[in-house]
Design a protein around this ligand. Structure first.
Ligand SMILES: C[S@@+](CC[C@H](N)C(=O)[O-])C[C@H]1O[C@@H](n2cnc3c(N)ncnc32)[C@H](O)[C@@H]1O
Length: 448
C-alpha cells in the first residue's frame, strides 16, 4: 500500500494502452506518466486508481535511446499528448505492437499491418475545446485539463494545432479578459463561460462555439464585435447553452450569433456541412487515407445494399453511395442527421437515406423482419457496439462487416463475438491522433 506523494523507483516494464508506463513496486502496480520501456525512473505517487497508482516522473535515471527532447512547455501537466517524449517512428511501432497484443489476447487469427503515420505529425487537429475556469487565487485559467484531474492547464501554443488556431486561442482569451466575461468555476458551480470550441476547415475558416450556462448573454454584442474585429477567418459564432454540472461539454440548445451556424469542408472530393454538435474526424489528412482504405477493402460491385451505422454527418455513407446500390446511414445525434441530409443534397447524391436512431435498435428492427443486408459498416464511439447490435449482426449475417474504430480494445472484444460466423484476416491501422496514445483501426469481416 502506497501513500499519496510516496516516492518510488524502478524499471518501466511496459507502456499500457492508456500511454502510461507500468512499474511493479513490491506488490503494487504503479503507472507512470511520460516514460518509456526499459527506463529506470524515480516517480511520485499522485493518485490511487482501481488497478494501482498513478505517478509523475521526477527523475529519469536511465533514459531510453528512443527518448527525445520535448518541444512543448505544457507537456508535463497537460493531458492532450502523451508521446511527445518518444521519437515518432517508435510511437507508430508501439501502437502496432499494442494492437498485436490485443489480437493475441483475444486469440483472433489476424495479421496487424504497420500503423500508417503522418509525415509531419503535428498541427493536425481541426477541432479544439478550450475550457475556462478559475485558479485558487481566483484568476482566469483557460486551456486543457490535466490527465486524471479537473485541473486546468493555462495553454499558450499547442503543437497539435496550427498557427491560425493558436493565434485565435490567444485572441479569444484576450477578448474574454477585456470584456470581463465571468468564467465558470467548477468548485462553486458559478460563473457563465465554460468552454469555447473551435472547428477549422481546410480553407482555414473557423466555427466558434461559445458554451455558456445561460441563454441571457450580457455584453454579447461587445464580445462578438471584439472577436470578429480583424479576424475574418471566423465565419460563424454559435452560443451553446449548457447548464448541467457534468463533464459533457455541449448542451442541447444553440443560438446562432454570427454567420450560418456551421462550416463546410471538403473531404475525399465531397463537401460536408458540419455543425458544432456533429462528429467530424479531427485529422483531415489521415481521415482521407482511412476512408480511401475502407472503401477499397469493401470492393463493392454496385449491386449491394449497405447499412452505414454510427454514420455522423454521412461522410462514409455518401462516399459509399458511388459504389453501392443503396446506402442507409444510421445515427443517433439529430443534428448530425440534419447535416447528413444537407450533405446528401449538396453533393447531389440520391441513393442514400439517413435515419435518426440508436444503431443497435435499428439493427434489431432489421433482424426482426429478417431484412436482407449485404454489407454493414460500423464506426462506433470508444465504447464499441452494444449487445443489441452484435446480436442483430449475428442474426442478419451480412456478407461483409467493415468495422472502423478509434478504440481497438473494444473493437477486438466485439470481433471476438463475431468471429465464429466471420473470418477476419487483417487489421489496418492509421495514426489519426499522433503524439497521443490513440489509434484508428479497420477490420473487414467476411461471412464464413
Ligand atoms: C466515431 S463517430 C463516427 C462518425 C462517422 N462514421 C464518421 O466517420 O465521421 C461515431 C458516431 O456515432 C454516433 N453514435 C453514438 N452512439 C450511437 C448509437 N447508439 N447509435 C447511433 N449512433 C451513435 C455519434 O453521434 C457519432 O456521430
Amino acid at each position: 500500500m502506497l501513500n499519496k506523494k510516496a516516492k518510488v523507483k524502478g524499471e518501466i516494464l511496459a507502456i499500457e494502452d492508456n500511454g502510461l508506463g507500468f512499474m511493479q513496486v513490491h506488490k503494487d502496480k504503479v503507472y507512470v506518466k511520460q516514460v518509456l520501456v526499459g527506463e529506470v525512473v524515480e516517480a511520485i505517487v499522485t493518485k490511487k486508481i482501481k488497478e494501482g497508482y498513478i505517478a509523475d516522473v521526477v527523475k529519469v535515471i536511465k533514459p531510453s535511446s528512443i527518448r527525445t527532447k520535448v518541444k512543448c512547455p505544457y507537456f508535463t501537466r497537460c493531458g492532450s499528448c502523451n508521446y511527445l517524449h518518444m521519437l515518432y517512428p517508435f510511437e507508430l511501432k508501439l501502437k502496432t505492437e499494442q494492437v498485436k497484443g490485443l489480437v493475441e489476447q483475444y486469440r483472433l487469427p489476424m495479421q496487424v499491418h504497420n500503423c500508417e503515420g503522418m509525415k509531419e505529425p503535428y498541427a493536425y487537429r481541426n477541432k479544439l475545446i478550450l475550457s475556462f475556469g478559475k485558479s485558487r487565487k481566483n484568476e482566469v485559467v483557460s486551456g486543457f485539463y490535466e490527465p486524471y484531474s479537473h485541473k486546468l492547464v493555462n495553454i499558450g501554443n499547442c503543437l497539435l494545432h496550427d498557427k491560425k488556431s493558436n493565434d485565435l486561442i490567444a485572441h479569444i482569451k484576450d477578448c474574454v479578459k477585456k470584456c470581463r466575461i465571468d468564467v465558470y468555476d467548477e468548485a462553486t458551480k458559478r460563473g457563465f463561460l465554460k468552454h469555447v470550441q473551435l472547428r477549422e476547415n481546410q480553407k482555414g475558416e473557423f466555427l466558434v462555439t461559445i458554451v455558456v450556462v445561460d441563454k441571457e448573454f450580457k455584453g454579447k454584442k461587445k464580445f462578438i464585435d471584439m472577436l470578429l474585429d480583424g479576424h475574418s477567418e471566423i465565419v460563424s459564432i454559435v452560443q451553446n447553452i449548457n447548464n448541467r454540472h457534468t463533464v459533457v461539454v455541449l448542451g442541447n440548445e444553440e443560438v446562432v450569433l454570427y454567420g450560418k451556424g456551421y462550416i463546410e469542408d471538403t473531404l475525399c472530393g465531397l463537401t460536408f456541412r458540419i455543425s458544432s454538435k456533429s462528429f467530424y474526424q479531427i485529422n483531415h489528412e489521415q481521415c482521407e487515407k482511412l476512408y480511401t482504405k475502407a472503401l477499397s477493402m469493401l470492393k463493392l460491385k454496385g449491386t449491394e445494399t449497405v447499412i452505414d451505422t454510427y454514420s455522423g454527418i454521412g461522410t462514409i455513407s455518401l462516399l459509399l453511395a458511388k459504389q453501392a446500390k443503396k446506402v442507409y446511414g444510421v445515427e443517433i445525434n439529430a443534428q448530425a442527421v440534419k447535416d447528413a441530409n444537407v450533405n446528401k443534397e449538396i453533393n447531389g447524391i440520391q441513393n442514400v437515406d439517413f435515419v435518426c436512431s440508436d444503431s443497435g435498435e435499428y439493427m434489431q428492427r432489421l433482424a426482426r423482419v429478417k431484412q436482407a443486408v449485404d454489407v454493414v459498416v460500423m464506426d462506433p464511439a470508444r465504447d464499441g457496439a452494444d449487445k443489441n447490435f452484435i446480436d442483430a449482426l449475428l442474426t442478419l449475417k451480412p456478407k461483409h462487416i467493415l468495422y472502423i474504430s478509434c478504440n481497438p480494445e473494444t473493437q477486438m472484444r466485439d470481433i471476438k463475438q463475431l468471429n465464429r460466423v466471420y473470418n477476419c484476416k487483417t487489421v489496418e491501422l492509421f495514426d489519426m491522433f499522433p503524439r497521443t496514445n490513440h489509434v484508428e483501426s479497420i477490420v473487414l469481416l467476411s461471412r464464413k
